[in-house]
Design a protein around this ligand. Sequence first.
Ligand code: PMV
Length: 359
Amino acid sequence: MKERLFLAQNTKNKIDDGKTTWSSPSNIALVKYWGKRDKQIPENASVSFTLNNCKTITTLTYSKKEDNSTFSFDVFLDGNKQDDFKPKIETFFKRITSYLSFLKDFHFKIETENTFPHSSGIASSASGMSALSACLMAIDKELNPEMSADFILKKTSFLARLGSGSACRSLEGDLVVWGTHNSIPESTNLFGVKFPFNTHNNFKNYQDTILLVDKGEKQVSSTIGHNLMHNHPFAQQRFTQANQNLEKITEILQNGNLDEFIALVESEALTLHAMMMTSMPYFILMKPNTLEIINKIWAFRKATNSKVCFTLDAGANVHVLYPEKEKNTVLQFIKNELVAYCQNGHYICDNIGKGLEQL
Ligand code: PMV
C-alpha cells in the first residue's frame, strides 16, 4: 500500500460540530523498535502484545471556525488544561495535515484521561496518540462516509505512527507487527498489521504485571534515544538481529515453545538497553531495583520451572510476562518477593487486550 492513498480527499459531506470518544490501550513490544528514519519509518520490524487495562480515553469536541489558516485546540488531562501537551500535538497536526483535510477548519477540545497514573512512568504516547488518531478518523469518516472499515483502521494506524511510532501497534489485539518483514505477509513500515497466523494456546490471555520501579520523568526521551541509533557502532547488527528475532518469534508464537519465547523476549529487552548504554552519549534507564527484580525472576524460574519472564521498555519499570495458567502462583511471587522493589509498592495487573474501542 502506498502512502499517497492516505492523502486527504475532497470531502463529500459538510459538518459544523460534533463530539467523539475513543479508548485505546498501550502495548508492550516483544521484539523492539529502536531506531528510525525520517517520517517515523522504523529501521526494523517489531511485534507487540496489545494491553487491556492501561488505556487512554480521549473525547474530541469539534466546532467549525471562521479562520482556517492555523490549528486551534485546547488539551485537558483529567479535566485540567494541559498547555505543556500542546507542542507535541501541534507537531503531530503539522505531520498529518496533508492526510486530513479538516484540521484547520475546526477548533478542537481534546479531553484525555489515562486509566493508569500519569506519573507511573508508563508511556502514554502509544495509547494517547492512537486514541487521538481514532477520534480524528471518526471525523474523516463523517466527511467521507464511503471509506471502508479496513481502510479506516489502516489510516488510523498510519496517523498514530506519525504521532508516536509504537502507537501504530495499539489498535487491535492480540499481537501487532509494524515494519516490512518477509515472514509477515502485508507487513509494512506505514502502519501496524495484526499478527496474521494462529497463536498457540499458551499465549492466549497472556499476563503482564507492570512493576513500577521508577515513576519519575525519564532522563532521556525515546525521541533522543532513537536518534542516537544514527551513527551507533552496533546499529546495523541490531537491526539485522531484530528482523531475525521477528522471524523466530513468528514460529514460537505458533508452536507455543515458552522456553524459546523467554530467551528471545528477555534478550530483546536487554539488547534494547545495551543499545542505550553503547550510544554516544551513553545513558542507563534501568535502576538498581530493575536489576534486583530481574535476578529474582531468574532465581524463581530456576527454583520452580515457572515460565515467567520479563521485558522492559524505554524506562526502569519491569513488565512481568507469564501464561494465564500461572496467574495465581506468579502473583503470589510478585507480592512476596518483587513488590518491595516497586516505588511505593505500586504495580499494575494487565493482560492481552483487543485494542481500540469507541465509547
Ligand atoms: O514509540 P516511541 O517512539 O515512544 O518508541 C518506543 C520504543 C520502545 O517502547 C522502547 C520499543 C517499542 O517497540 O515499543
